[in-house]
Design a protein around this ligand. Structure first.
Ligand code: SF4
Length: 345
């Protein structure tokens, strides 16, 4: 009983002190502009808010181009918001002094989709791991760097480490390169990892082993995750004990615990994504509806639909309401938030 009370108190404390918080973040980018066409603005993110507590996994799910990668870059401090704030332990990262900003950038690491593009082909694996260790003063000598690099390779299951240390990225498989990317992120003992489509460019056969590695890091090192994926099945697998946020055209349309969201999706877009997941049984998959939407065309970010941005595709579209009023993220009894007029009635 005492232990349960302590766990509840710890959970409340963690929720009250999120590691990362997006507070009404909007991000726009200039688009085009020439003698023949005027410069326009693409609103890639529209008032996005969420908070991630220590040790938690939040999966951000949505189709390509919905703003997931931009969100990851904002959380990692690689982009600044047009409006709103990104907070690290309650402090606005863009108002931090240089020393605090450096500490934040060290605490929040990004693992990118393409391990080949993110590793310098001219650097050996040892050089790749040594650079951040030296830059952040974690090691002082070549021996210390070698020893720590070997430990890191063992942590990501590249063993024996001597077989990998002096190889170059092109000598490794896709899965091995992604393990090196993960090892590099771990060089600075991060508190938070943004994994942006971290397994989507890897052979299906080894995806699960990389996911198992990330799960182990979460459990053993207590790392907090923002896991970005277009694959709801992968989100379900990685974040079963965490939460999923579903993003559509730069807005979060549903956010809640993975189990509830998967068992009973409330937003029509979440339902469509879930129905599109292939089943293990090819017979069931063959007879499954493809994406159950009115239109397969995704609207342009330069010309977003009025009202609910999903209304041109939604099977439950209410004329005169959904195309006029923007639905707000509204709390439900089970704690999740949903932005749909059907659910706020
Ligand atoms: Fe569909 Fe209307 Fe809900 Fe948008 S607000 S998801 S159009 S029912």
């Amino acid at each position: 009983m005492m232990k349960e009370q302590k766990n509840t108190a710890d959970a409340r404390k963690a929720a009250a002190d999120p590691v990362i918080q997006m507070d009404q973040v909007t991000k726009t980018f200039p688009w085009g502009g020439s003698i023949l066409s005027r410069r326009r603005t693409a609103k890639v993110l529209d008032r996005v808010s969420f908070a991630i507590s220590k040790g938690e996994v939040l999966c951000l799910v949505g189709e390509s181009g919905c703003g997931k990668t931009t969100t990851g870059k904002l959380v990692a401090g690689l982009l600044n918001p047009t409006e709103g704030r990104v907070l690290f332990h309650g402090a606005d990262i863009w108002k931090m002094d240089p020393q605090k900003f450096k500490a934040y950038r060290r605490a929040v690491q990004l693992i990118q989709q393409d391990p080949y593009a993110s590793l310098n082909p001219a650097h050996s694996i040892f050089d790749t791991l040594k650079a951040p260790l030296v830059r952040h003063g974690i090691v002082r000598t070549q021996e210390e760097a070698l020893s720590r690099a070997k430990e890191l390779l063992q942590t990501v299951d590249l063993t024996p480490p001597d077989d990998f240390l002096f190889k170059y990225p092109h000598q490794l498989s896709g899965g091995q390169r992604q393990r090196v990317s993960i090892a590099r992120a771990l060089t600075v003992n991060p508190e938070f990892i943004v994994a942006d489509e971290a397994v989507s460019m890897i052979d299906v056969s080894i995806r699960l082993s990389i996911i198992a590695l990330l799960s182990r890091l979460k459990n053993e090192l207590g790392v907090t995750f923002l896991f970005i994926t277009h694959d709801l099945a992968m989100a379900r697998y990685f974040a079963w004990e965490g939460r999923i946020a579903v993003m559509y055209l730069g807005s979060i349309v549903e956010i809640g615990t993975t189990a509830r969201l998967i068992q009973e999706p409330l937003h029509p877009y979440t339902k469509a994504l879930l129905l599109a997941i292939p089943e293990a049984d090819p017979e069931i998959t063959r007879h499954k509806q493809t994406l159950p939407v009115r239109s397969l065309d995704i609207p342009s970010l330069l010309d977003l639909p009025s009202g609910c941005k999903f209304h041109p595709r939604c099977l439950f579209f209410i004329e005169g309401k959904c195309d006029v009023e923007v639905p707000q993220l509204t709390p439900r009894e089970d704690g999740r938030l949903v932005a749909c007029h059907l659910r706020s009635a």
